[in-house]
Design a protein around this ligand. Structure first.
Ligand code: NDP
Length: 291
């Protein structure tokens, strides 16, 4: 079998177009333009690119974008003060503090300070709790984008066995919760899982969120499975250059899978689209407007 490639770029573009329509409707009906504030501390080059892309996408969706670029010497107290100001600012619906933060700042303390109703990354313990017990809230963007990709090839998820490799708070755990809410039988695997390839081979839906370049090979994949590659790894390429690869070895996995996401062009574009979706959702939830 040669897998169908799941086109995350196209699905994300469609979602962003739908969000832009939703923003227009919100403006017409309620005179509200959602606003997203992104806070960047320091000069990490990858983070600078992410923040620039998020700002651009926010404006393209018709929302207001606010960027706060702070020096690497910013203290935790100063950062917390900015977060509190954004919490109190009625023109801001979503607050995102770009990670990683400099080492002298406790990231958990900062993320916990974001008001849960403006927590568009979905990392606040209240939103993690809401997701765990099935209450409405804001869900982390990468897992919710991955769910959309899965549903694009298989709308009927009940009873499927999903194996998620990775148990981080931002990807693996919320991914497991979303699949469970969709009535899958979920296994969350990690670095201590015994015989991981055998576990992976049981999966109707296999999610790799590990951070190890091309760890998942074709012989880990059940015939016809849906494979979602969350990994983004920069590895050396020819002529001293680098390239991006996922956690899945694409060619061998695609020979077994029914559908598979590429890297780049799979999960990555969905993450920003779902951030915009969360911002629109937050703008409505905060004002009691029907979703
Ligand atoms: P973390 O490093 O926080 O978590 C990695 C997880 O993988 C851990 O649970 C770890 O297990 C597990 N793991 C590590 N090595 C192995 C192994 N050899 N066998 C089995 N499990 C293993 O990473 P993230 O969850 O933040 O990110 C995962 C990947 O997704 C990364 O490549 C990251 O770049 C990418 N990513 C992509 C995004 C996107 O937009 N596409 C967004 C966010 C992340 P243990 O808990 O036991 O240590």
């Amino acid at each position: 079998m040669t897998a169908r490639q799941i086109d995350g770029k196209q699905i994300a573009a469609d979602l962003r177009a739908a969000i832009a329509l939703g923003v227009d409707e919100l403006e017409e009906a309620h005179r509200v333009t959602p606003g997203l504030a992104v806070v960047l501390v320091g000069e990490d080059p990858a983070s600078q690119v992410y923040v620039r892309n998020k700002g651009k996408a926010t404006l393209e969706a018709g929302m207001k974008s606010f960027e706060h670029k702070l020096p690497a010497t910013t203290t935790q107290a100063e950062l917390l003060e900015i977060v509190q100001r954004l919490n109190a600012d009625d023109s801001i619906d979503g607050i995102l503090v770009q990670l990683p933060l400099p080492k002298h700042i406790d990231a958990s303390a900062v993320l916990d300070a974001i008001h849960p109703d403006k927590d568009v990354d979905g990392f606040h313990p209240i939103n993690a709790g809401r997701l765990a017990i099935g209450r409405p809230g804001l869900v982390p963007c990468t897992p919710s984008g991955s769910m959309r990709l899965i549903r694009s090839v298989e709308p009927k998820l009940a009873g499927k066995h999903a194996v998620v490799i990775g148990r981080s708070n931002i990807v693996g755990k919320p991914m497991g919760q979303l699949l469970l809410a969709a009535d899958c039988t979920v296994t969350i695997a990690h670095s201590k899982t015994a015989d991981l390839p055998a576990m992976a081979r049981q999966a109707d839906i296999l999610i790799a969120a590990v951070g190890r370049p091309e760890m998942v090979t074709g012989d880990w994949v059940k015939q016809g499975a849906i494979v979602i590659d969350v990994g983004i790894n920069r590895v050396p390429a020819a002529e001293g250059k680098t390239k991006l690869v996922g956690d899945v070895q694409y060619a061998s996995a695609a020979a077994k899978a029914g559908a598979i996401t590429p890297v780049p062009g799979g999960v990555g574009p969905m993450t920003i689209a779902c951030l915009l979706e969360n911002t629109l959702r937050a703008a409505k939830l905060r004002r009691g407007i029907k979703l």
